[in-house]
Design a protein around this ligand. Structure first.
Ligand code: ADP
Ligand code: MG
Length: 470
């Protein structure tokens, strides 16, 4: 088929995909694809991102097939190929764009400065940080439920999901999303009083209201305490961060209980975050049961696609152009904590600025070397956990045994060694006593099968969890 015929087909399919996929997926991975050929029922697309074929196939395969079917009325196959020349051109264009957008941003900033001044005042009363808004929160499978609930609460405070309880490991965006709710409400509902408070500050503020009496005991209700109570009962939206800090703090626990009860009865919105699920915090049942009265959502570590998007956003905010291979390298190596991911990126950019160096992949690797060595996941742990999962011994994975169970487990271990550490093929081959090409074959085999084999995907994810828990 001629190129000129491909373009309208692809435009139609893109239009479908625009509807079917979230914005960040569409704009990061789909919009830039270029149709290349359509022969023998195989539609070939080119991409400028080396990692795009893997990401798109793994995450959006069904949606793409569906979109083609809608347009062409039949099932087709498609393939995405990385195109070197196109990539070089793209990198050049991006550099130009980055230079332009720096000018553009400064203009826009001036314009919005006036609006911001008012809002900033309100936000400082609410104790919010301007960095944490919905606009710069990247949504992925790991946080889409929390994001949905947060949006719902922002648009309809105290109607549904009250309290909203968000939990997850440190550095995964709980504070960010909670404060985004605050910003949204201040911006759209100036009649509502919003307050964000860290639980630690809440505890300290509360305890400071108790003055010891002459006998060394604390007096019960002082005017100071009444004022404190009044203050918290007055908010329409109370955002209380890291609630696990009240564990074991008897007086504060009672206080929180009374404040929550009061606010919920008055139909005020409460949002809570914690590093654990409600039942895992050791608190009296009467308080835990308040936590779970509304909705409880978890945020888990972000997948690669989300990590890449977070880094791209950071680069844009800093007005720095960072090559795709550097972005991918950072994203591959920092998986479990967005704060660390951002820290790694900021280190590279800052060092490069100070040292006047260009950010090449080699430069980035150099800056992060120490940090990575510290957290390097050893192949040993990966092989050990994989062996355990299949009730095998690690030596069996390293042997040349060909029994199906062993060889499958070995392939998964190889796949995970490469996926989770980004280590070289040579080092992986050495670890498993195998040829370099055998390792690549093993990885590719799992990577291909996992696309259509849900059971395999679950197995791999379970092993990954075991390794990450280690
Ligand atoms: P937590 O409260 O869960 O420990 P934070 O909300 O403090 O985590 O997030 C840590 C850092 O990671 C913050 O700078 C935050 O902006 C950033 N971050 C986390 N998740 C996202 C996301 N989905 N999109 C953009 N930034 C994120
Ligand atoms: Mg936090």
């Amino acid at each position: 088929m001629e190129k000129s015929e491909l373009i309208p087909i692809w435009s139609e399919v893109k239009r479908e995909l625009r509807e079917l996929l979230p914005d960040h997926v569409f704009y990061s991975w789909i919009e830039g694809l270029k149709p290349n050929s359509f022969e023998d029922n195989l539609f070939v697309l080119n991409t400028v991102h080396a990692i795009a074929p893997q990401i798109i196939k793994q995450n959006h395969n069904d949606t793409i097939i569906k979109a083609f079917k809608k347009v062409l009325n039949r099932d087709i196959k498609y393939s995405i190929l990385y195109d070197d020349d196109l990539a070089r051109q793209y990198q050049k264009d991006m550099k130009k764009e980055a230079a332009k957008s720096r000018l553009y941003i400064s203009n826009e900033e001036e314009q919005s400065a006036r609006v911001m001044k008012n809002l900033t005042h309100m936000q400082s009363v609410a104790n919010l940080d301007l960095k944490y808004k919905f606009e710069n929160f990247v949504v992925g499978n790991n946080n889409k439920r929390a994001y949905g609930c947060a949006k719902m609460v922002s648009e309809n405070p105290a109607e549904k999901f009250n309290p909203l309880f968000i939990y997850g490991a440190p550095g995964l965006g709980k504070t960010h999303i909670m404060q985004a709710i605050g910003h949204y409400i201040i911006f759209n509902r100036s009649d509502l009083k919003v307050r964000y408070v860290k639980t630690v500050d809440f505890v300290n503020e509360f305890m400071s209201k108790f003055s010891p009496a002459a006998d060394g005991r604390f007096k019960n209700v002082t005017p100071e305490i009444s004022k404190f109570r009044q203050k918290y009962r007055n908010f329409d939206i109370l955002l209380i961060d890291d609630i696990q800090f009240i564990e074991g703090k008897g007086k504060t626990i009672d206080e929180v209980f009374h404040i929550f009860d009061y606010l919920l009865n008055k139909n005020k919105q409460i949002v809570i975050t914690s590093d654990r699920a409600p039942k895992e915090i050791s608190l009296p049942e009467r308080l835990t049961s308040r936590f779970i009265k509304g909705v409880v959502v978890e945020i888990t570590p972000p997948e690669l696609e989300v990590r890449i998007q977070i880094l791209k956003n950071l680069a844009e905010v800093r007005g720095t152009f960072v090559e795709q291979d550097v972005i991918e390298y950072i994203a591959q190596n920092f998986r479990a904590n967005v704060r660390e991911l951002e820290g790694a990126f900021n280190n590279i950019v800052t060092f490069a600025e100070i040292e006047g160096e260009k950010i090449t992949l080699e430069y980035a690797k150099n800056v992060l070397k120490c940090e990575l060595e510290k957290k390097a996941l050893s192949y040993d742990v990966i092989a050990q956990k994989t062996a355990e999962f299949f009730s095998l011994k690690i030596d069996e994975l390293k042997s040349s045994a060909r029994a199906q169970k062993i060889s499958k487990a070995r392939q998964i271990a190889v796949y995970l060694c490469r996926e989770m550490t980004g280590g070289s093929w040579e080092s992986i081959a050495e670890f498993f006593n195998k040829k370099h090409t055998t390792m690549i074959y093993a990885r590719d085999n799992i990577a291909d099968d996992i696309i259509n084999d849900k059971e395999l995907e679950n197995t791999v994810n379970s092993i990954k969890n075991l390794i990450e828990e280690n």
